[in-house]
Ligand binder design. Structure first.
Ligand code: IPD
Ligand code: CA
Ligand code: CA
Ligand code: CA
Length: 264
């Protein structure tokens, strides 16, 4: 994309997100239709679906050559092909929070070109906090540039973890996780991967680790973190594969290695 195309894209991305956020806020007045996907804790509402369709309609009208990968499946079949411009959209990240708390949920959108992150946006709807990043130009919170992340040790760190980590788990050695938790200054769990990644990028968390995320959960967060010098890998230290499910360890420099040394 040319610089002019990127500017147009950014303008539409931000405008549509604020429109979508208003639709979500307005929906608090209405009764939600809630259904289950794979199991009783895997919830989806009519708003998850309608917000995804809202973006797809706008994108198809304005950028017909762009493709969309969305959690609710109304976009394109991407099948591992990262060529061209792809919008990776989570219409509501933190659906359980959206339903139970009307807070701590986000719209998360990463725009990639040939697999390279170009624009990343995470909008914490209830908090009205807009996290935005543009490749090579930095990351911003509500228009204010975020500083580069500095090195920190685990004993000085607050780490975002999902409580499922502390139970015996076949995908991770939970004793290693207990060591990390004990050594840290504290742990937090917000229930929205996108917000947790935005918190690492903005320094509200020092690290975030989770066992399995889908592309729409981390696509925007990766772009934000890249702009502030955050380190992101899978929990086995291998690189994250954009179009696949991955475990994720995102952290400040230094801390990423310290946590990884505990994990592997
Ligand atoms: C979920 C949230 C949650 C994470 C799950 C995700 P959803 O996304 O990000 O924090 O632990 O793995 O699936 O379903 O609410 O968009
Ligand atoms: Ca979901
Ligand atoms: Ca999600
Ligand atoms: Ca979602």
């Amino acid at each position: 994309m040319t610089n002019e195309e990127m500017i147009t894209l950014e303008k539409h991305l931000k405008t549509w997100t604020l429109e979508a956020a208003q639709l979500l806020k307005d929906s608090f007045q209405n009764t939600l239709t809630i259904t289950y996907k794979s199991h009783i804790a895997d919830l989806v509402t009519d708003m998850d679906k309608s917000i995804e369709k809202f973006f797809i309609t706008k994108i198809q009208q304005t950028f017909p050559e762009h493709r969309v990968l969305g959690e609710e499946g109304y976009g394109d079949e991407i099948k591992g092909n990262s060529k061209g411009v792809i919008w990776i959209i989570d219409p509501i990240d933190g659906t359980t929070n959206f339903i139970h708390q009307q807070a701590n949920f986000a719209i998360s959108i990463g725009i990639y070109e040939d697999g390279i992150g170009k624009l990343g946006l995470i909008y914490d709807v209830e908090g009205s906090n807009l996290y935005f990043a543009k490749e090579g130009e930095g990351a911003y919170l509500n228009g204010k540039k975020l500083p580069k992340l500095e090195e920190v040790t685990l004993s000085e760190s607050v780490v975002g973890v999902n409580a499922t980590w502390v139970s015996p788990n076949r995908r991770i050695n939970h004793e290693h996780v207990q060591q990390i938790i004990r050594k840290s200054r504290g742990t937090r769990s917000y229930g929205s991967a996108a917000i947790e990644l935005a918190y690492v990028a903005s320094g509200r968390l020092d690290a975030y680790m989770t066992l399995r995320l889908s592309p729409w959960d981390f696509a925007a967060g990766l772009i934000l973190l890249n702009e502030v010098g955050g380190i992101v890998s899978r929990t086995d230290g291998e690189p994250v594969q954009l179009l696949e499910q991955n475990s994720i360890l995102a952290a400040k420099p230094g801390l990423h290695k310290e946590i990884l040394d505990h994990l592997i």
